[in-house]
Design a protein around this ligand. Structure first.
Ligand code: GLP
Length: 277
């Protein structure tokens, strides 16, 4: 696991966007796993700024422009899979993850909407829809890079505590804490659905690369448990310790409860193969 401590959420976004652009330019990123929530927003914003058509800094005179032009070409044929969706919320409603992904990812990055997939939380047969979602990911060749946030309960996607480490896409019940945390996107807490469809931890772990983003003091306890705690389904995000290629991007506040913070800084300072932008 690579732990990067950066000054703020904007710097996290810039680092992640640079990393994603390099993967796109190298043709190593054909299927992107996208997440909702506030955490990945600086990543999508920074990515959009790298794209010339959005009026970003990447004019053709830029020495990076060839690489970025290659990355942009890859972006046009990129397939994306979202992690999760609420059950029973129409994709037209702004609270739905369909709507969030449409606005924050598909439109912002100019992706082909036909290639951007979000689990169906309104299907008549939810179990069948979950199986089909898994199949769609497999047919796309699996996820190359998965962007992740982390919930206060230690969840990844909507895999709440006690989720099996080998779970697949399925229906889950949201923890009371998660419903409280997500009430800010709804008119009231009561309106936050009780159920969701989420990729399983087993599904997420099959992504070739994980990029977990967390910032702010409120994330510090969950980050500490995920990065340094025991591998336990009571903190689902602790499974990232088992992944062979996981990067954890933190600001100072989110990293503040890490016991071995000095060690991570030391490793970061002496990285032999740093990501070059
Ligand atoms: C939501 C999403 C997760 C996200 C998490 C954190 O419930 N299902 O994918 O990582 O909560 O959200 P935020 O980044 O807004 O703190």
């Amino acid at each position: 696991m690579q732990i990067m401590i950066l000054p703020d959420s904007a710097a996290i976004g810039v680092w992640a966007a640079g990393h994603i652009m390099r993967r796109l330019a190298d043709r190593r990123l054909r299927v992107l796993g996208v997440a909702t929530g506030s955490s990945p927003l600086p990543v999508y914003d920074a990515l959009a700024l790298r794209l010339p058509r959005s009026g970003g800094r990447n004019v053709r005179a830029d020495p990076e422009s060839d690489k970025d032009a290659r990355a942009e070409a890859s972006l046009r044929s990129l397939t994306a899979f979202a992690l999760d969706e609420y059950v029973g919320i129409s994709p037209d409603r702004p609270e739905s993850y369909h709507a969030v992904i449409r606005g924050e990812v598909t439109e912002k990055l100019g992706l082909d909407p036909a290639r951007v997939h979000v689990p169906d939380g309104t299907a008549g047969d939810l179990e069948k829809a979950c199986r089909e979602y898994e199949q769609l990911i497999a047919e796309a060749g699996g996820v190359d890079l998965q962007i992740l946030g982390i919930g206060a309960t230690g969840h990844l996607g909507f895999n709440e505590p006690s989720s099996s480490f080998s779970s697949r896409t399925r229906v889950k019940t949201l923890a009371p804490q998660t419903r409280r945390d997500n009430a800010r996107f709804f008119a009231s807490e009561e309106q936050v659905p009780l159920h969701c469809v989420t990729q399983g931890l087993g599904t997420i772990m099959e992504a070739s690369e994980l990029l977990l983003v967390a910032y702010g003091e409120h994330k510090a306890p969950a980050v500490a448990r995920a990065v340094e705690g025991p591998l336990t389904s009571m903190c689902p995000a602790s499974i990232i310790q088992w992944h062979q290629d996981a990067v954890v991007l933190l600001d100072e506040a989110a990293a503040s409860q890490l016991e071995h913070l000095d060690y991570y800084r030391h490793v970061q300072e002496h990285d032999l193969l740093p990501d070059q932008d």
